[in-house]
Design a protein around this ligand. Structure first.
Ligand code: ATP
Ligand code: MG
Length: 143
């Protein structure tokens, strides 16, 4: 049975649905949840600014927002009584999610089909599409 749940969120409504469904499922099986956010590493931007200051403050702001999203989400579901921790990473979202799932020996990843970039209406976004293909564990996509 699935006991260890990894729930990656980007702050979108769809990822909030994934948190709600994932936490409810974990509650039913006495499982534990990690709500996970990856601050994308936009290395390519560094070259646009010789000082690197604008880039750093941009990344710091993304990190601040990421921590806020994690904290708000954890608080929102605190009354569900499920053991829930939050974790923030920096880098490529697909790589970080797949690495975390492997290193942390998670049983299942629960994530949204689309996220913040949902403008074209395709079924899967780039992150969910690649995680489904590359993760070693099962992946549940919330539509
Ligand atoms: N930076 C991230 N950190 C953690 N989880 C993420 C991140 N980005 C996306 N996700 C997870 O992946 C799901 C699908 O998002 P995805 O980014 O694939 O779609 P999209 O934003 O609509 O499309 P795209 O990013 O390709 O424009 C989200 O609901 C969320 O669960
Ligand atoms: Mg996205």
């Amino acid at each position: 049975m699935y006991k260890k749940f990894l729930i990656p969120i980007d702050g979108s409504d769809r990822s909030q649905m994934a948190v709600e469904d994932g936490i409810k499922m974990a509650g039913k099986v006495g499982g534990q949840v990690t709500i996970y956010h990856v601050v994308p590493d936009y290395n390519v931007f560094v070259n646009y600014d010789h000082t690197g200051i604008a880039y750093k403050s941009f990344i710091n702001e993304l990190e601040r927002q990421g921590r806020e999203i994690l904290e708000n989400t954890q608080n929102r579901y605190s009354e569900y009584g499920v053991m829930t921790e939050t974790k923030l990473a920096k880098g490529n979202p697909v790589q970080e999610i797949c690495n975390e799932a492997k290193e942390g020996c998670y049983d299942i990843i629960v994530m949204g089909s689309r996220g913040l970039g949902d403008v074209f209406g395709f079924f899967l976004g780039s992150v969910s599409g690649k995680v489904v293909r590359h993760a070693d564990c099962s992946v549940l996509i919330i539509k």
